[in-house]
Design a protein around this ligand. Structure first.
Ligand code: ADP
Length: 543
């Protein structure tokens, strides 16, 4: 052997068979270090400790039998070559083992030292070849992703200039345009936009592939996201004569999702719906609940277009896939939209699928988690199966100086959120997802594992950080308040889930009332203490 195995592990419980194999091993080479165990458990331990160069494996052992035996070894040591020692009547099983990743097999009592030596050499070389193939594939993928990411970034810069100047000219800022010039410019503008989308998709897909895509869930309304996506695509649909409709079940409660990412998914699906549907057709977006799946909302995008063949249906969520039958002049894109959508839905903990029949339209459906405060609170407010001793709330109320839909309100709220997060302990406190921003601004609430005194300190820290932030000053006013939560005292016979639910209900009540009890700085707000219930009397006095 060119690269002789230094250490062979023989897992065989039959002493006679074990002796015979040892003998063949000695005959085949004088340079082997052989160890033998008669149980799978001992074999797995030995693999763990000594990383053998090769494993000779009997499949029927006292503590494991047949396929389970090789699967466990493959699992434990995916990089170690394995040669199965099969019984005379077990060749079928041995073949199955080879298909599932074992390198080779020998039939017991039916091989000499030469055959054993050849099988071992083959197994080791095959394994090392597979390893280097895998490494070069990984390297190629990495290189390709780096290349794509680099090229996409580089392309974006000049494209942004083309887009900006085309906008400037179209807006008439560089002088009047005649109709012909306007038409040509509009074509440039549309193409630049299309390129921007493709480059954005390439970047997103590269991020998804590298596990770098992220979502930031908040408490959001599905209707807002759906109407927003439809508004964006209404002109495109009208141009093509495709109807756009929404049907949202009014009972759908708030969701826990990243609104920008959900819009991205919706735009992808609706845009595809319009693209693959002819004039007179329609695209319908629905949001509804399913009794059998009560933690999720179902969002579907149905079109009356060309539909998808059964073969294509299993492939369309793959990266870069485009159905060859759907390629015509109307096709624009890279075959990345559904792949990105699938990754985004997965990051939200949901599912996405398609039902379709050629010629009879398609229905794409994805699910998103409903917002559940107890679910979010559970890991933070419990410890060792019990509610923590003390919990408090710190509320940061942001009020924009101007209409948040006009200025860059998203950047302001993100800055604020980051500053708040920097002031809390990641494993002990949680910043609750805030509802989407409205004209009144929004309230970020921290649930902190501390008492009133601790909460006051957290609130002061946040106040200080916000005051020091120059970026926030021109865009919004903020008020920070804190209060201690009185935890349920009557705990006998109540499950942890029930107690967490009670705390969540309590917090929800406070949030619904605006949570403005005490102010660290600024004037005392008006609040109807009596309304807040006897249970909360005088909590969080922050004088
Ligand atoms: P793109 O649309 O950019 O080609 P996607 O990933 O969004 O990429 O879609 C992949 C493929 O799935 C499309 O090329 C098309 O063949 C098929 N497809 C997607 N949506 C629909 C639809 N609503 N109707 C018919 N085919 C569709």
């Amino acid at each position: 052997m060119s690269d002789e195995p230094a250490h062979v592990l023989l897992i065989e419980d039959n002493p006679g068979d074990a002796d015979l194999v040892r003998l063949r091993l000695v005959e085949s080479s004088s340079d082997l270090d052989v160890s033998c165990v008669d149980r799978l458990s001992a074999g797995l331990e030995s693999i763990n400790q000594h990383q053998p160069s090769l494993v000779l494996l009997d499949l029927n052992l006292p503590d494991s039998r047949r396929a389970e035996t090789f699967r466990k070894v493959l699992n434990k040591a995916p990089g170690v070559p394995i040669v199965v020692l099969s019984g005379q009547d077990d060749e079928e099983l041995a073949n199955k083992a080879v298909h599932q990743g074992v390198q080779d097999y020998l039939v017991k009592g039916d091989f000499d030292s030469k055959q054993l030596s050849r099988a071992m050499r083959y197994a080791i070389e095959r394994q090392s070849l597979l390893r280097s193939l895998d490494m070069s594939r990984q390297q190629q993928l990495k290189f390709k992703d780096e290349f794509l990411s680099h090229v996409s970034h580089e392309l974006r810069t000049p494209l942004t200039s083309i887009h900006q100047f085309a906008t400037l000219l179209l807006d008439g800022l560089a002088g009047e345009l005649n109709p012909e010039q306007r038409e040509h410019l509009a074509t440039i503008y549309r193409s630049a936009n299309q390129l921007r989308t493709m480059i954005g998709d390439l970047l997103e897909a590269t991020r998804a592939e590298g596990g770098k895509m992220t979502v930031e869930p908040r408490c959001v309304r599905s209707s807002d996201m759906i109407h927003e996506a439809l508004a964006m695509l209404r002109a495109t649909a009208q141009e093509k004569g495709v109807g756009l409709e929404a049907g949202i079940d009014s009972r759908v409660p708030l969701l826990y999702a990243d609104p920008d990412r959900v819009s991205q998914i919706l735009v992808n699906l609706v845009e595809n719906g319009i693209k693959f549907t002819g004039p007179e057709g329609s695209v319908m977006v629905k949001a509804y609940l399913v009794d059998a799946d009560p933690d999720f909302v179902y969002i579907s995008v149905a079109d009356t277009g060309r539909g998808i063949s059964p073969e294509a249906k299993s492939l369309i969520f793959e990266r870069l896939y485009q159905d060859p039958n759907s390629i015509d002049n109307s096709r624009k894109g890279l075959g990345l939209g559904l792949y990105i959508s699938k990754e985004l839905v997965r990051l939200h903990g949901g599912r996405i699928w398609v039902e379709s029949e050629l010629g009879h339209g398609s229905v794409f459906t994805f699910t998103l988690s409903l917002f559940s405060l107890p679910k979010i609170l559970l890991p933070v407010i419990t410890e060792a199966g019990q509610l923590k001793e003390s919990l408090s709330l710190v509320a940061v109320q942001l009020t924009p100086f101007c209409n948040p839909h006009v200025g860059n309100w998203e950047a302001t709220r993100q800055t604020c959120l980051q500053l708040i997060r920097a002031c809390v302990l990641p494993d002990k406190d949680i910043v609750l997802p805030s509802p989407s921003s409205g004209a009144q601004g929004e309230v970020f609430t921290v649930v902190a594992s501390t008492d009133e005194h601790g909460a006051r300190i957290v609130a002061e820290r946040i106040q200080e950080r916000l005051e020091l932030c120059r970026q926030l000053k021109p865009s919004c006013a903020f008020r920070v308040s804190s209060l201690g939560l009185q935890l349920p005292t009557d705990r006998i016979g109540k499950s942890l889930e029930k107690l967490v639910q009670e705390v969540a209900d309590d917090i929800t009540r406070w949030l619904a009332q605006g949570l403005q009890p005490i102010h660290i700085s600024g004037e005392q707000p008006e609040m109807d203490k009596s309304e807040r219930g006897a249970k909360h009397n005088k909590r969080g006095q922050n004088e």
